[in-house]
Design a protein around this ligand. Sequence first.
Ligand code: GUN
Length: 286
Amino acid sequence: MIIDGKKFAQELRNEIKKEIESIKKTRNTTPGLTVILVGNHTPSEIYVRNKELSAKEVGITSEVIRFESSITQEKLIEVIHGLNKDKKVHGILVQLPLPPHINGSKIIEEIDPKKDVDGFHPVNVGNLSSGKDSLVPCTPLGSYLLIKNVQKNLTGLEALIIGRSNLNGKPMAQLLLKEDCTVTIGHSKTKNLKELCQKADIVVAAVGRANLVKGDWVKEGAIVIDVGINREEDKTEKKGYKIVGDVEFDSVVKKARAITPVPGGVGPMTIACLLNNTLKAFKNIN
Ligand code: GUN
């Protein structure tokens, strides 16, 4: 089974849209999302535009505040404090990366945890790791929902997460621990990655190495989630490259019970989960 992330994300967006329509009717208010974009990093520009359009499509009031890369850390903090107090804003997202003179962790800590729709604030990170309700980072949340859609009960399954980032690997481990999986986190320095992978019922690859996970790494019937987005040279493509994941799709698809393609797997779920988190933040605040 090839997991259709696009279709699942569309279904989630339809549900969010319905709920927002009902909120608008009964309470005469709408969830609001503000995205802060600093500088002119091209991929960030594209992500932010997609976030804004997707938010509007489900009825979320969305605004992008743009700053030159020369903005000071103090000024950025001032803006965040203003948004923390703003009753019309329920979700705040500061697009990363930030310019080198700005301390990204410090900026994230200034966001009201209730409005932290990225789930990066230490309060949300702590709540997730204590098994409490929290705003959860969008990409691991999307991956988790795709896994749960394949199999509801994950109790006792062996899960291998490849990648230990704060954005992906670590929150993913927490989500699967909460489901009573036996979780292993492997990473670029892990020596026996292939052997660990061969034992796993669930593999989440989020390490940023093109085609790392091969068919002979994967147990028959495993669920394989590919979070990787890597450029691979391809002269037959107009741009001279194509986007591939961390999983060698053609060999792994023969072994896996379910697998996400790249593109069209986890990617579309990320934005849908941001909209979901904005709605959740709205409901927690109101
Ligand atoms: N840059 C790349 N991915 C992300 C993300 O999920 N959130 C934010 N804020 N910035 C990003």
